[in-house]
Design a binder for this molecule. Structure first.
Ligand code: NAP
Length: 340
């Protein structure tokens, strides 16, 4: 006898709201929602997520009480990016016997960046018989797709990715982070200590795991992107004069024991009217190859990829499981059901 999957939405922000909508489309029962700000706590999830309908799920800031009382199969966690801040949230879910599927980037492949924390969470998940896993845009678009293309080559020298996103599709905090309108030299000096390449690093390590190659070193560099003509962002109400910063790119280059270079450039910037976000991958070798998307909708793909992973995570062994250990991702046309 199957029944719909039951989930808690942990983090009702930009991503948590979109995930709520997409999970409901797959008939997932949302049995709880967690946020923090007084503007959200106590309100109905349907209103907070902008669904235009009541879900009869009140958003709470008492995660401990909710997770202890609800009978959910999993928590879908979209709160923050680094394990240092996310580990307490994961511990809480795992200790209450919930599987965790998260967008958090560092847990996507934590074994080299945060091995001790990863091992501790792995143990906790095993002890409670549940799985901790991450998915998102990296899973297929930045890891499995280029790794699969590698499986067609005679010789590979380097695998290069370039993924871009619109610098004005998020809020003003992101716009500040991109140093829009700054003098290039000043922005570069400021950015030098701010970027650590974590998202690209964990994506490339997943690509390496899918491809069966071993990273042995990496470099991170930041490049500011300068407007060549005046650029206007309607959304931010801002014009960037020619010669000033319109965003930046973070490039992670890895070496591997097999002599294959892996590189991923992620660039967020104000796009010119004739530009759109792309996700491009090149294999330099024999033969040279390319796979890529134009008009790349990274925001939607982040959430749809995660939703399609729900059955894989519920069926996965207990512990911290990275996506290279899950089955090949599949499109899920019907409702997400579980056989309890
Ligand atoms: N893997 C990927 O492809 C991918 C792509 C995009 C984003 N992400 C990840 O998703 C995360 C969320 O992104 P977003 O755009 O949705 O961010 P966001 O809009 O800022 O939402 C974050 C949510 O987490 C809640 N929150 C923050 N601290 C909390 C705490 N201590 N206790 C309970 N709730 C807390 C916030 O609550 P309040 O609003 O009430 O403060 C908000 O609901 C990012 O940090 C990133 O790691 C991953």
């Amino acid at each position: 006898m199957t029944r719909p999957v039951r989930a808690v939405i942990y983090g009702v922000g930009e991503m948590g709201s979109l995930l709520t909508r997409l999970l409901l489309e797959k008939q997932v029962e949302i049995v709880g929602a967690i946020a923090r700000s007084p503007a959200k706590v106590g309100r109905d999830l349907g209103a907070v997520a902008g669904l235009g309908r009541q879900l009869d799920v009140a958003v709470t800031d008492d995660a401990e009480a909710l997770l202890g009382a609800c009978e959910a199969d999993l928590a879908v966690v979209a709160v923050g990016s680094y394990l240092e801040t996310m580990a307490p949230h994961f511990r809480l879910c795992l200790a209450h016997g919930l599987n965790v599927l998260t967008l958090e980037e560092e847990v996507f492949y934590p074994w080299r960046r945060a091995p001790e924390q990863a091992a501790e969470l792995d143990q906790l998940a095993r002890a409670n018989g549940v799985t901790l896993a991450a998915s998102g845009v990296q899973d297929v678009c930045w890891a499995l797709a280029p790794a699969a293309l590698m499986g067609t080559a005679r010789r590979i020298d380097r695998v290069r990715g370039r993924s871009t996103w619109r610098g004005d599709e998020f809020g003003p905090a992101v716009a500040d982070y991109l140093h829009l309108g700054w003098e290039p030299d000043e922005a570069l000096a400021e950015l030098a200590g701010m970027t650590d390449g974590m998202t690209s690093q964990t994506s490339l390590e997943t690509l390496a795991a899918f491809a069966g190659v071993t990273p042995i070193g990496q470099e991170v560099r930041t490049e500011v992107m300068v407007a060549t003509t005046d650029l206007h962002s309607e959304r931010l109400g801002l014009t960037i004069p020619a010669g000033r910063v319109r965003g930046f790119a973070e490039v992670v280059s890895m070496t591997t024991a097999e002599g294959i270079g892996l590189e991923l450039e992620m660039a967020g910037f104000i796009h010119a009217p004739d530009e759109s976000p792309v996700n491009h991958w090149w294999i330099d070798g024999e033969p040279d190859q390319f796979v890529g998307s134009e008009d790349f909708d990274g925001r939607l793909l982040t959430c749809t990829t995660l939703v399609n992973r729900v059955p894989d995570v519920l069926a996965a062994p207990a512990g911290l499981v990275t996506v290279d250990r899950l089955p090949l991702p599949r499109y899920r046309p019907g409702p997400l059901l579980i056989d309890p």
